[in-house]
Design a protein. Structure first.
Length: 194
């Protein structure tokens, strides 16, 4: 059997798709790199762009929840989905009309989650201290998470910029990896032609 027939059909399809569309990976990688550079060079602008994307996500998610709830006649709990979708649409509209407020909302949600996570991890450490050794790592993780949450609440601008810089760095790395992948697939296509 050849190497091509040894592969599963799913792997063959994925490889064929990658070979045919290597330029899509390249284009996507270049766009990621451009966004990453812009986010690192202009974190405030990137943060506002993320806020707009977040608002659009809330609108779309809310719309689909409302449609799904209205289409599920006689289903128990559909009104909860309907109201959750409606709230999501209202928050999305509010966020779209005021992206600066969305940034603050986004940072406050992260702060609340970090604080809550820290408290839960710390309490988990207290509850397992007799059964395990090294629970101090749980205490440390909890305290650091609580402090991070409090820092974000105290200085939300710093938290917003750190989110923007993190997303920018992630986009840059992902973009570079996609470009490298695109050129590797392109070299496979060239090897098969020769």
């Amino acid at each position: 059997m050849t190497a091509q027939t040894d592969r599963s059909p799913l792997l063959r399809d994925a490889l064929d798709f990658a070979k045919t569309n290597w330029w899509l990976f390249l284009l996507g990688g270049v766009l990621y790199i451009l966004f990453g550079i812009l986010a690192l060079a202009r974190p405030v602008s990137a943060l506002l762009a993320l806020a707009v994307v977040f608002a659009i996500f809330l609108l779309v998610d809310g719309f689909f929840n409302v449609v799904r709830a209205l289409g599920a006649k006689g289903t128990e709990g559909r009104w909860w989905v309907f109201f959750a979708g409606l709230v999501s649409i209202l928050i999305g509209l509010y966020a779209l009309l005021g992206p600066v407020n969305t940034v603050l909302l986004f940072v406050y949600v992260i702060a609340f989650q970090a604080f809550l996570f820290g408290v839960i991890i710390f309490m988990f450490g207290v509850s397992v201290r007799k059964a395990v050794t090294g629970e101090w790592l749980l205490y440390l993780t909890g305290v650091l998470s609580i402090l991070f949450g409090l820092l974000l609440l105290w200085a939300p601008g710093v938290g917003g910029l750190s989110v923007s810089i993190t997303v920018g760095a992630w986009a840059l790395v992902i973009g570079i990896l996609r470009v490298v992948f695109a050129f590797r697939v392109r070299s496979l296509v060239r090897q098969q032609r020769n």
